[in-house]
Design a protein around this ligand. Structure first.
Ligand SMILES: [Ca+2]
Ligand SMILES: [Ca+2]
Length: 250
């Protein structure tokens, strides 16, 4: 085999091969939590949540750890300025359970004081240990009420979402790493230990939120750039091939 002619192209093709992401059928997803109305469109690939209520989740019911969920999110109204987002590692019943271990990614349009608790503008990731029943813990990310913030977005950490504006999102969910991209920019990249569970959508006190073009695929390697070891092996293969050609000519 001629490694110079065959080895490098074959190796590069193998590294760049990715399967086409599968469209997600949202008609099999389930709503839990506060008052809500998650209306799945006829094409089953888009859902509109229309109620301004307590924390609500719309989740897949499957174990999605190891996968990446992608799609679009848009608030289709100028009314209100509250929370939109996602949950990862959600298990059925978690919204009202006393003891939980799932991840909340929420994004608020504007800062708002609610009693002695302030909901901050911007995108954040938190670990939820006591469900979503206590709205004030979720509103202000209060660790004493089971919602512990892990990080805020790199560019959107204190920037709200815009009305009537569509954003592309990618959620990478593995046992040791979670990444959130918005319009292709990595906003959150958190290492840790993350429990099994579902992808879900999340709204709190925000109506007219549309999620669409939802796809799910196996998560890419955490670092999509080839590891140094892979590059070294490629280089050794290349040199061996060149050496072989030279020896045959000699
Ligand atoms: Ca608004
Ligand atoms: Ca509201």
């Amino acid at each position: 085999m001629n490694l110079v002619k065959l080895g490098l192209p074959v190796a590069l093709a193998a590294m760049s091969t990715t399967a086409a992401a599968a469209l997600v059928d949202l008609s099999s997803w389930t709503a839990q939590g506060g008052s809500s109305n998650w209306q799945v469109a006829a094409d089953k690939n888009s859902v509109l949540q229309s109620v301004n209520g307590n924390p609500t989740v719309f989740f897949s019911g499957s174990n999605d750890r190891g996968n990446v969920l992608s799609g679009k999110i848009r608030v289709q109204t100028t009314s209100d300025d509250d929370f939109i987002g996602f949950v990862l590692g959600y298990k059925s019943g978690d919204a009202s359970a006393a003891s939980t271990d799932f991840i909340l990614i929420d994004w608020k349009q504007a800062t708002q004081v609610n009693g002695n608790c302030t909901g901050k503008v911007g995108l954040a990731i938190s670990r939820v240990a006591q469900g979503l029943a206590d709205g004030s813990g979720t509103w202000c990310h209060d660790p004493a009420k089971g919602v512990t913030e892990l990080a805020r977005g790199t560019t959107l950490g204190s920037t709200g979402w815009a009305d009537n504006t569509e954003y592309l999102f990618d959620l990478v969910f593995t046992a040791t790493n979670i990444q959130v991209k918005v319009d292709g920019t990595t906003e959150l990249n958190v290492n840790g230990s993350f429990a099994d569970g579902s992808f879900g959508f999340y709204n709190y006190s925000q109506q007219s939120v549309r999620y669409s073009a939802i796809t799910e695929d196996v998560a890419p390697p955490t670092n999509s750039v080839p590891e140094p070891g892979v590059l070294a092996l490629l280089g050794i293969g290349l040199l061996a091939g060149i050496g072989g050609v030279r020896r045959r000519k000699a």
